[in-house]
Structure formats: structure tokens, C-alpha cells
Design a binder for this molecule. Structure first.
Ligand SMILES: [Zn+2]
Ligand SMILES: [Zn+2]
Length: 347
């Protein structure tokens, strides 16, 4: 809650600062404030293409508001894919030949990679030629958490409509390549290019799903007056699951490291806490604090405790299956067994 309030306050201050900024851009060719590059891609009429917008020499940016310009007579904006930024809004204005992009984080982000990827469709009647995609902004449109104004250098890109694939049957595609990485919750995209005519074939990569650690992390330590909080963290994002509270006595009795950020392996204590506080989870895990697959990996580290799981309901199996994405073969075998089981039941 406090985090949200803090973030809102920062965003507000930043937005006010951006509103009152009206200095003209003087394009200085140094990369101290970052270098934003827009991809140049080739496409056929009717193709969808993904254009990445990435940053290098990132000085640490907290907020930005800018216009991505494109030629809407030849390109139709279709969608965007997430990059490393967490919080942003994308609004297409085809009548103005631009996409408004507003981003505001709770702190400086300094990654040097794709910020966002945009997918456009090349119109069937677009003439052959190059259609530039650029970024327009003015002083004050980029700022860091100190509200210093940043002036990143922009290298524009665009879409080259240059091939005529009308009579091509696209039988010789190259390898699939990742065009936009999926995140835990958002889909990405892959693409392959016809080696004969350059036609681009795009396919979605489903969201990866969260990959929760088998261990708990202490989020708040227990004191004599208040209970502590621990949860299992996603290895790839900020999401947490199986949030448990515990007392100082419990941490002492079970000799767990009661300091913020320390890791607690599945144990009799976590079994007890999950059973008490998250009975459904406990039942779904077959009488354990974590699913069998996760427990196996914890056991491999020498820190887990083996518990027998006796599951016989479809729901439990499905839940466990969804949590062991690393074991695809096991999934396939279990799903096959389920299908056979169901067919026997129907017969
Ligand atoms: Zn082709
Ligand atoms: Zn995640």
C-alpha cells in the first residue's frame, strides 16, 4: 500500500514537471542521456511486422512521455509487446500519424534493452518504399527520479516495403526467431521470414507464467510485538504467492533466519503454517507446504523434506501440473494417462 502511494506521489510530481516543461529540443550528439534506437525491418504488403524500440547507455529513467511517429497511410498499428518497463500507456492516433507513449515507474530503470515492441500491419495498397518510424519529444519529456531532464539521442528506423511476394507459396521459411520476449503475464511474439520473398510470418508466444521459488523469503521479520511475513517469490518478476505470517517464537523454535530477505526452505514449520493459514493450498499439494515438483528441487539442494503425495482428483493433478512447467515430458505422460482414464470412464 505504502509502495503504491509513494509511486503515485512520484508520478504526480513527475507529471507536473513534464507539464510545465516547454523548452525546445537542441539535439546534441552525445549519448550521456541514453541512445534510443528504432528497428528497421522489411515487409510485404499485408504482412504484420514487429518493430523494437530499445535503449543503450541508459542513464536511469523514471518517466517519459513521447510520440512515436509513423505513416498511417501505409501502416496500421496493431498492438504492442512489453519490454523491460513495467508501467505504461500506449495510445494510437492514426489521424495524427503518431502513437502516444507514456511511462512512469516508481524509480529509475537503467536496463539496456528493448523498452517496447510495436506491431504494425503493412496495408495491402501501400506502395513500395521506406516508411520511417521516429520519436518526437521535447525537453522535460524524459526525467529521472531527481526530476533532472534527460535528452536521449534518437536513431530512427522504419518499415521497408520492398518485396513482391504475391506469387510466392512461402515454402522456404527460415528459422523462428524471438521478436518480442514474453513476460510472466504478457505474451511475446516469434517470427520467421520466407527466404524467397521476404514475407514475415508472426506467431504469438504465450505468457511464460510465474516461476515461483521452492523456498520462502522473509518479507518482514517477526518481533516480540508483531508477527513476521514470508512468501514464495517469482524468480522472474515481483509476484509473490503463499504468503504466511509467523511469530518470533516459531522462528526461534525452528531456527530460521528471521531477517528480511533471508531464505526459508520448506520444512515442518512451513508445512504447519500452510496447513493452518492456507488449507486449500495444503490440500492441493497433497498434504505439504509446496507442490511435489518444487519440493523435489528443494530436496535436491539438500534442504527439502520428502512427503508422499496421494492425489486422485483431476483438480489436484491439474494444479500440480501447472506448477511444473519445467517437466514437459511428465506433463504429457500425465495428461495422456488422464485422457485414457477419462475415456475408460466414458466407455
Ligand atoms: Zn515467400
Ligand atoms: Zn513472475
Amino acid at each position: 500500500m505504502l509502495k503504491v502511494v509513494k509511486k503515485c506521489a512520484l508520478c504526480f510530481v513527475c507529471a507536473v514537471s513534464l507539464l510545465f516543461s516547454s523548452f525546445a529540443v537542441s539535439a546534441e550528439e552525445n549519448y550521456e542521456d541514453g541512445h534510443i534506437t528504432i528497428d528497421t525491418v522489411s515487409a510485404l504488403n499485408g504482412d504484420s511486422v514487429i518493430v523494437k524500440i530499445g535503449i543503450e547507455n541508459n542513464p536511469g529513467i523514471m518517466a517519459m512521455t513521447l510520440s512515436i511517429t509513423y505513416d498511417s497511410s501505409a501502416l496500421t498499428y496493431e498492438r504492442y509487446y512489453w519490454g523491460y518497463l513495467g508501467d505504461y500507456t500506449v495510445v494510437d492516433h492514426p489521424d495524427k500519424n503518431l502513437i502516444r507513449f507514456v511511462n512512469c515507474e516508481s524509480m529509475n530503470l537503467d536496463a539496456n534493452r528493448t523498452m517496447i515492441s510495436l506491431q504494425f500491419k503493412v496495408k495491402e495498397d501501400a506502395e513500395f518504399g521506406f516508411y520511417p518510424i521516429d520519436i518526437e519529444y521535447k525537453s522535460g519529456d524524459f526525467c529521472n527520479w531527481k526530476l533532472d531532464r534527460l535528452m536521449p539521442v534518437i536513431t530512427s528506423g522504419g518499415v521497408n516495403v520492398e518485396f513482391n511476394g504475391e506469387n510466392c507459396s512461402h515454402k522456404e521459411y527460415g528459422e523462428w526467431e524471438t521478436a518480442a520476449e514474453p513476460t510472466c503475464t504478457q505474451a511475446g511474439a516469434k517470427q520467421r521470414v520466407c527466404e524467397k520473398c521476404g514475407h514475415v510470418d508472426i506467431s504469438e508466444i504465450p505468457a511464460a507464467g510465474h516461476d515461483f521459488a521452492a523456498e520462502w523469503t522473509i518479507d518482514r521479520q517477526a518481533t516480540g510485538d508483531s508477527s513476521g511475513i514470508m512468501s514464495r517469490h517469482c524468480k522472474n518478476c515481483e509476484e509473490v504467492t503463499d504468503v504466511l505470517s509467523f511469530t518470533l517464537e516459531q522462528s526461534e523454535e525452528n531456527e530460521i533466519d528471521n531477517t528480511e530477505g533471508s531464505v526459508v526452505a520448506p520444512s515442518d514449520l512451513t508445512d504447519e503454517l500452510v496447513k493452518e493459514q492456507l488449507p486449500e493450498v495444503y490440500e492441493n499439494n497433497g498434504g505439504s507446504s509446496i507442490p511435489k515438483a518444487d519440493e523435489g528441487s528443494a530436496a535436491a539442494d539438500g534442504s527439502g523434506i520428502i512427503n508422499k503425495i496421494s492425489e486422485n482428483s483431476e483438480g489436484r493433478i491439474a494444479k500440480i501440473l501447472s506448477s511444473i512447467s519445467d517437466f514437459k515430458w511428465l506433463k504429457i505422460a500425465l495428461i495422456s494417462a488422464l485422457i485414457i482414464n477419462m475415456r475408460l470412464f466414458v466407455l
